[in-house]
Design a protein around this ligand. Sequence first.
Ligand code: MF3
Ligand code: CO
Ligand code: CO
Length: 275
Amino acid sequence: MNDYVTVTADNALGSRNGAIKLHGPDGFAGMRKAGRLAAEILDALTTQVVPGMTTQDVDDIVHRMTIEGGGVPATLGYRGYTKSCCTSINHVVCHGIPGDKTLKDGDIVNVDVTPIVDGWHGDTSRMFLVGDVPIKARKLVDVTYECLMLGLEQARPGNTIGDIANAIQAHAEKQRYSVVRDFCGHGVGRLFHDAPEVVHAGRPGTGAELKPGMFFTVEPMINIGKADCKMLDDGWTAVTRDRSLSAQFEHSIGITEDGHEVFTKSPAGLDHPPY
Ligand code: MF3
Ligand code: CO
Ligand code: CO
Protein backbone atom coordinates (compact mmCIF):
# COMPACT_ATOMS: atom_id res chain seq x y z
CA MET A 1 0.00 0.00 0.00
CA ASN A 2 1.12 3.54 -0.68
CA ASP A 3 1.32 6.26 1.95
CA TYR A 4 -0.03 9.68 1.08
CA VAL A 5 0.74 12.92 2.93
CA THR A 6 -1.02 16.26 2.51
CA VAL A 7 1.48 19.10 2.17
CA THR A 8 1.63 22.86 1.70
CA ALA A 9 4.41 24.88 0.09
CA ASP A 10 6.07 25.14 3.50
CA ASN A 11 6.56 21.42 4.08
CA ALA A 12 6.62 20.13 0.49
CA LEU A 13 10.41 19.89 0.74
CA GLY A 14 10.19 16.91 3.07
CA SER A 15 12.73 14.27 2.16
CA ARG A 16 11.58 11.23 0.32
CA ASN A 17 10.39 8.56 2.69
CA GLY A 18 8.29 6.96 -0.01
CA ALA A 19 5.12 8.86 0.89
CA ILE A 20 3.24 10.41 -2.03
CA LYS A 21 2.60 14.11 -1.49
CA LEU A 22 -0.83 15.63 -2.03
CA HIS A 23 -0.33 19.32 -2.76
CA GLY A 24 -2.75 22.20 -2.25
CA PRO A 25 -3.58 25.37 -4.20
CA ASP A 26 -0.19 26.97 -3.38
CA GLY A 27 1.52 23.99 -5.00
CA PHE A 28 -0.62 24.23 -8.12
CA ALA A 29 0.22 27.95 -8.37
CA GLY A 30 3.93 27.24 -7.96
CA MET A 31 3.97 24.46 -10.54
CA ARG A 32 1.95 26.53 -13.02
CA LYS A 33 4.65 29.20 -12.96
CA ALA A 34 7.61 26.81 -13.21
CA GLY A 35 5.88 24.71 -15.87
CA ARG A 36 5.11 27.78 -17.93
CA LEU A 37 8.73 28.92 -18.00
CA ALA A 38 9.83 25.39 -18.92
CA ALA A 39 7.36 25.31 -21.82
CA GLU A 40 8.36 28.80 -22.99
CA ILE A 41 12.01 27.72 -23.15
CA LEU A 42 11.09 24.77 -25.37
CA ASP A 43 8.83 27.03 -27.45
CA ALA A 44 11.79 29.36 -28.09
CA LEU A 45 13.93 26.41 -29.17
CA THR A 46 11.46 25.43 -31.90
CA THR A 47 12.85 28.10 -34.23
CA GLN A 48 16.43 27.90 -32.97
CA VAL A 49 17.28 24.20 -33.21
CA VAL A 50 18.90 23.97 -36.65
CA PRO A 51 21.53 21.84 -38.43
CA GLY A 52 25.09 22.94 -37.68
CA MET A 53 24.60 24.14 -34.12
CA THR A 54 26.14 22.23 -31.24
CA THR A 55 24.27 20.76 -28.30
CA GLN A 56 26.27 23.23 -26.16
CA ASP A 57 24.62 26.03 -28.18
CA VAL A 58 21.26 24.54 -27.15
CA ASP A 59 22.40 24.44 -23.53
CA ASP A 60 23.52 28.08 -23.68
CA ILE A 61 20.04 29.14 -24.88
CA VAL A 62 18.35 27.08 -22.16
CA HIS A 63 20.66 28.48 -19.49
CA ARG A 64 20.14 32.09 -20.54
CA MET A 65 16.35 31.78 -20.85
CA THR A 66 16.08 30.01 -17.50
CA ILE A 67 17.95 32.77 -15.69
CA GLU A 68 16.17 35.56 -17.60
CA GLY A 69 12.85 33.92 -16.70
CA GLY A 70 13.68 34.10 -13.01
CA GLY A 71 14.60 30.44 -12.65
CA VAL A 72 17.59 28.22 -11.96
CA PRO A 73 18.33 25.08 -14.02
CA ALA A 74 17.64 22.09 -11.73
CA THR A 75 20.16 19.91 -13.56
CA LEU A 76 23.08 22.29 -12.94
CA GLY A 77 25.06 20.64 -10.16
CA TYR A 78 22.48 17.85 -9.79
CA ARG A 79 24.39 14.71 -8.71
CA GLY A 80 27.48 16.10 -10.44
CA TYR A 81 25.72 16.98 -13.72
CA THR A 82 27.16 20.25 -15.06
CA LYS A 83 24.70 21.37 -17.79
CA SER A 84 21.38 23.22 -17.89
CA CYS A 85 19.48 20.64 -19.95
CA CYS A 86 19.78 17.20 -21.52
CA THR A 87 20.16 16.78 -25.30
CA SER A 88 19.51 13.22 -26.50
CA ILE A 89 20.14 12.62 -30.20
CA ASN A 90 18.87 9.65 -32.28
CA HIS A 91 19.76 6.41 -30.43
CA VAL A 92 20.38 8.31 -27.18
CA VAL A 93 17.45 7.40 -24.92
CA CYS A 94 17.89 10.15 -22.33
CA HIS A 95 20.37 12.25 -20.31
CA GLY A 96 22.59 13.14 -23.26
CA ILE A 97 25.10 15.76 -22.09
CA PRO A 98 25.36 18.97 -24.14
CA GLY A 99 28.82 19.51 -25.63
CA ASP A 100 30.64 20.01 -28.91
CA LYS A 101 28.49 17.53 -30.86
CA THR A 102 26.89 19.17 -33.91
CA LEU A 103 23.24 18.62 -34.90
CA LYS A 104 23.07 17.14 -38.41
CA ASP A 105 20.35 17.26 -41.04
CA GLY A 106 18.03 14.30 -40.38
CA ASP A 107 18.73 14.01 -36.63
CA ILE A 108 15.98 13.81 -34.06
CA VAL A 109 16.86 15.32 -30.68
CA ASN A 110 15.11 15.48 -27.33
CA VAL A 111 15.71 18.56 -25.22
CA ASP A 112 14.75 18.13 -21.55
CA VAL A 113 14.59 21.23 -19.34
CA THR A 114 13.77 21.76 -15.66
CA PRO A 115 13.77 25.35 -14.45
CA ILE A 116 13.24 25.80 -10.71
CA VAL A 117 10.99 28.83 -10.09
CA ASP A 118 10.28 29.89 -6.49
CA GLY A 119 11.41 26.41 -5.45
CA TRP A 120 9.09 24.48 -7.83
CA HIS A 121 10.39 22.25 -10.66
CA GLY A 122 8.91 22.47 -14.16
CA ASP A 123 10.17 19.30 -15.87
CA THR A 124 9.38 18.85 -19.57
CA SER A 125 10.91 17.62 -22.79
CA ARG A 126 10.05 17.57 -26.48
CA MET A 127 11.52 16.13 -29.65
CA PHE A 128 12.98 18.46 -32.30
CA LEU A 129 13.41 17.52 -35.97
CA VAL A 130 16.72 18.76 -37.37
CA GLY A 131 16.34 19.73 -41.03
CA ASP A 132 14.85 16.99 -43.22
CA VAL A 133 14.03 13.94 -41.12
CA PRO A 134 13.24 10.55 -42.71
CA ILE A 135 9.64 9.33 -42.39
CA LYS A 136 10.67 6.40 -40.19
CA ALA A 137 12.05 8.74 -37.52
CA ARG A 138 9.16 11.19 -37.87
CA LYS A 139 6.70 8.36 -37.29
CA LEU A 140 8.54 7.34 -34.10
CA VAL A 141 8.33 10.93 -32.87
CA ASP A 142 4.60 11.14 -33.67
CA VAL A 143 3.78 7.85 -31.97
CA THR A 144 5.84 8.77 -28.89
CA TYR A 145 3.87 12.00 -28.51
CA GLU A 146 0.63 10.04 -28.92
CA CYS A 147 1.84 7.65 -26.20
CA LEU A 148 2.34 10.56 -23.80
CA MET A 149 -1.11 11.98 -24.53
CA LEU A 150 -2.86 8.60 -24.30
CA GLY A 151 -1.13 8.09 -20.95
CA LEU A 152 -2.29 11.50 -19.75
CA GLU A 153 -5.89 10.68 -20.74
CA GLN A 154 -5.82 8.12 -17.93
CA ALA A 155 -4.58 10.64 -15.36
CA ARG A 156 -7.56 11.17 -13.06
CA PRO A 157 -8.58 10.31 -9.49
CA GLY A 158 -9.44 6.65 -9.00
CA ASN A 159 -7.22 5.44 -11.83
CA THR A 160 -3.71 4.13 -11.11
CA ILE A 161 -0.20 4.58 -12.45
CA GLY A 162 -0.73 1.22 -14.17
CA ASP A 163 -3.62 2.64 -16.20
CA ILE A 164 -1.30 5.35 -17.55
CA ALA A 165 1.45 2.81 -18.18
CA ASN A 166 -0.84 0.39 -19.97
CA ALA A 167 -2.20 3.05 -22.35
CA ILE A 168 1.36 4.01 -23.29
CA GLN A 169 2.56 0.44 -23.71
CA ALA A 170 -0.46 -0.66 -25.76
CA HIS A 171 -0.05 2.17 -28.26
CA ALA A 172 3.74 1.72 -28.61
CA GLU A 173 3.54 -2.04 -29.04
CA LYS A 174 0.74 -1.75 -31.61
CA GLN A 175 3.37 -0.16 -33.88
CA ARG A 176 5.88 -2.84 -32.81
CA TYR A 177 7.93 -0.29 -30.92
CA SER A 178 9.20 -0.96 -27.40
CA VAL A 179 8.85 0.95 -24.13
CA VAL A 180 12.05 1.65 -22.16
CA ARG A 181 11.89 0.12 -18.67
CA ASP A 182 15.19 1.45 -17.27
CA PHE A 183 13.91 5.02 -16.67
CA CYS A 184 10.60 6.23 -15.26
CA GLY A 185 8.57 9.33 -14.61
CA HIS A 186 8.55 10.60 -11.04
CA GLY A 187 6.84 12.70 -8.44
CA VAL A 188 7.82 16.35 -8.89
CA GLY A 189 7.29 19.59 -6.98
CA ARG A 190 9.71 21.25 -4.61
CA LEU A 191 11.78 18.08 -5.07
CA PHE A 192 13.09 17.25 -8.59
CA HIS A 193 12.60 13.50 -8.22
CA ASP A 194 10.09 12.28 -5.63
CA ALA A 195 7.66 9.40 -5.09
CA PRO A 196 5.87 7.84 -6.87
CA GLU A 197 7.84 6.10 -9.60
CA VAL A 198 5.80 6.47 -12.79
CA VAL A 199 6.37 3.41 -14.97
CA HIS A 200 5.51 3.58 -18.68
CA ALA A 201 4.57 -0.08 -19.17
CA GLY A 202 2.31 -2.14 -16.93
CA ARG A 203 -1.09 -3.60 -16.23
CA PRO A 204 -4.29 -1.59 -15.71
CA GLY A 205 -5.29 -1.10 -12.09
CA THR A 206 -1.81 -1.76 -10.70
CA GLY A 207 0.46 0.65 -8.84
CA ALA A 208 -0.34 3.76 -6.85
CA GLU A 209 -3.89 5.11 -6.99
CA LEU A 210 -4.12 8.66 -8.34
CA LYS A 211 -5.49 11.25 -5.91
CA PRO A 212 -6.16 14.99 -6.24
CA GLY A 213 -3.01 16.97 -5.42
CA MET A 214 -0.50 14.41 -6.74
CA PHE A 215 2.18 16.01 -8.94
CA PHE A 216 4.26 13.83 -11.24
CA THR A 217 5.85 13.57 -14.67
CA VAL A 218 4.93 11.23 -17.49
CA GLU A 219 7.91 10.85 -19.83
CA PRO A 220 7.78 7.73 -22.00
CA MET A 221 10.89 6.72 -23.93
CA ILE A 222 9.98 4.64 -26.99
CA ASN A 223 12.44 2.69 -29.16
CA ILE A 224 12.03 1.44 -32.73
CA GLY A 225 14.05 -1.64 -31.76
CA LYS A 226 14.45 -3.46 -28.46
CA ALA A 227 13.84 -1.82 -25.07
CA ASP A 228 17.32 -2.54 -23.70
CA CYS A 229 19.55 0.40 -22.80
CA LYS A 230 23.15 0.80 -21.81
CA MET A 231 24.97 3.61 -20.08
CA LEU A 232 27.98 5.27 -21.72
CA ASP A 233 31.24 5.77 -19.81
CA ASP A 234 30.31 9.38 -18.96
CA GLY A 235 27.92 7.89 -16.40
CA TRP A 236 24.88 9.76 -17.79
CA THR A 237 24.19 9.11 -21.46
CA ALA A 238 21.77 6.21 -21.92
CA VAL A 239 21.63 4.66 -25.41
CA THR A 240 19.69 1.81 -27.00
CA ARG A 241 21.73 -1.38 -26.91
CA ASP A 242 20.80 -2.17 -30.53
CA ARG A 243 21.46 1.48 -31.54
CA SER A 244 17.87 1.83 -32.77
CA LEU A 245 16.26 5.27 -32.68
CA SER A 246 14.60 6.40 -29.45
CA ALA A 247 12.19 9.28 -28.77
CA GLN A 248 10.70 10.89 -25.65
CA PHE A 249 8.22 13.57 -24.60
CA GLU A 250 7.63 14.70 -21.01
CA HIS A 251 5.01 16.73 -19.19
CA SER A 252 4.66 17.64 -15.51
CA ILE A 253 1.05 17.31 -14.33
CA GLY A 254 -1.11 17.69 -11.24
CA ILE A 255 -4.11 15.48 -10.47
CA THR A 256 -7.28 17.57 -9.97
CA GLU A 257 -10.71 16.61 -8.56
CA ASP A 258 -11.93 15.49 -11.98
CA GLY A 259 -8.84 14.91 -14.11
CA HIS A 260 -5.45 16.58 -14.37
CA GLU A 261 -3.75 19.86 -15.16
CA VAL A 262 -0.72 19.89 -17.48
CA PHE A 263 1.71 22.41 -15.98
CA THR A 264 4.11 22.32 -18.95
CA LYS A 265 1.69 22.79 -21.85
CA SER A 266 3.07 24.98 -24.63
CA PRO A 267 1.47 28.46 -24.43
CA ALA A 268 2.13 28.76 -28.18
CA GLY A 269 0.60 25.39 -29.10
CA LEU A 270 4.00 23.95 -30.02
CA ASP A 271 3.75 20.74 -27.98
CA HIS A 272 5.01 18.50 -30.78
CA PRO A 273 6.65 18.82 -34.21
CA PRO A 274 6.38 19.94 -36.93
CA TYR A 275 6.75 23.35 -35.28
N1 MF3 B 1 14.92 16.05 -16.58
C1 MF3 B 1 15.25 14.66 -16.37
C2 MF3 B 1 13.98 13.99 -15.95
O1 MF3 B 1 13.05 14.05 -16.70
C3 MF3 B 1 16.34 14.46 -15.36
C4 MF3 B 1 17.64 14.94 -15.81
S1 MF3 B 1 18.77 14.76 -14.55
C5 MF3 B 1 20.23 15.14 -15.30
O2 MF3 B 1 13.79 13.47 -14.90
F1 MF3 B 1 21.06 15.29 -14.35
F2 MF3 B 1 20.54 14.18 -16.15
F3 MF3 B 1 20.11 16.26 -15.99
CO1 CO C 1 11.41 14.03 -15.40
CO1 CO D 1 12.90 15.91 -17.69
